[in-house]
Design a protein around this ligand. Structure first.
Ligand code: FES
Length: 272
């Protein structure tokens, strides 16, 4: 069964705005699928039909995309998608234990939803936030350095409707609200909340401190340089205090003469 007439009319207005952003209408499929999720909390058969109709695609083409990406849900999703990273680093640092604890606590498995419709539990692949492992995400907002206890408290708070704040990023929104943002309708919260955390910025802080030290007190010949700014300036690990092979940018041929480009006969000069 398709959408009610008023819902369909509203979706069509938004869909036209999305489609107009692309030179080819079919490029709008991904945001349109998010738009369907923003309406229903998942991509229903009605959503697939509407996408196909608006983009002049076969329903099989739309379904193929909707079933490929895990961000698209094919059955009603909870208000909060609670993901536990169980990729290698998070898993060994406690992610597996957190997932097992939540599974037992909530009485649901991967991609299943609590009876109150609040929480859908899922395994997540690496979120590129390994410096905060083990990491969880709720509706794609980060919850860093989790434990089985903090994770249990988190889902209890979500189910009780208590206010929950991610470690980084803006305040928590519902799955439908986030889906609308992913469809391309910003909610104005992008700059809210902390961005990169201290662990991510540590390398930058150290590099800046070192750069300052180097400029205050230039290294003597032969001393190790840690700033790339002065690479090749004549103070390094190499012979005579010059740059070593690993200090300075070098062409492949310089680093490994075996890779030198052969000179064609026609390009060779004559010594005669
Ligand atoms: S392994 Fe979990 S964020 Fe990378």
């Amino acid at each position: 069964m398709g959408f009610e007439a008023d819902v369909r009319a509203r979706l069509e207005v938004d869909a036209k705005e999305i489609i107009a952003r692309y030179p080819r209408s079919r490029s709008a499929l991904l945001p349109l699928l998010h738009l369907m999720q923003a309406e229903e909390g998942f991509v229903s058969p009605a959503g697939i039909e509407l996408c196909a109709e608006l983009l002049d695609l076969a329903t099989a083409e739309v379904a193929a995309v909707a079933t490929f990406y895990t961000m698209y849900k094919r059955r009603p999703n909870g208000e909060y998608s609670v993901g536990v990273c169980t990729n290698t680093l998070c898993a060994v640092l406690g992610g597996d234990q957190i997932f097992a604890t939540l599974k037992e606590h909530l009485g649901i498995g991967h991609d299943e939803t609590t009876e109150d419709g609040k929480v859908t539990l899922e395994h997540l692949e690496c979120n590129a936030a390994c410096d905060y492992a083990p990491v969880m995400m709720v509706n794609w907002e980060f919850f860093d350095d989790q434990t089985p206890q903090s994770a249990t408290q988190l889902v209890d708070d979500l189910r009780a409707g208590r206010e929950v704040h991610p470690t980084r990023g803006p305040r928590l929104c519902t799955f439908k609200q986030v889906s609308r943002v992913l469809a391309g309708f910003p909610d104005g919260l992008a700059n809210e909340g902390p961005a990169a955390g201290p662990a991510t910025l540590l390398g930058l802080v150290i590099a800046r401190q070192q750069e300052q030290t180097d400029s205050d007190d230039p290294a003597p010949p032969g001393a190790r340089r840690t700033s790339s700014a002065d690479a090749g300036s004549g103070t390094g690990y190499g012979r005579d205090g010059g740059p070593s092979e690993s200090d300075a940018p070098a062409t492949t041929a310089q680093a490994d003469p075996a890779n030198e480009t052969p000179v064609r006969d026609s390009e060779k000069g004559t010594d005669a």
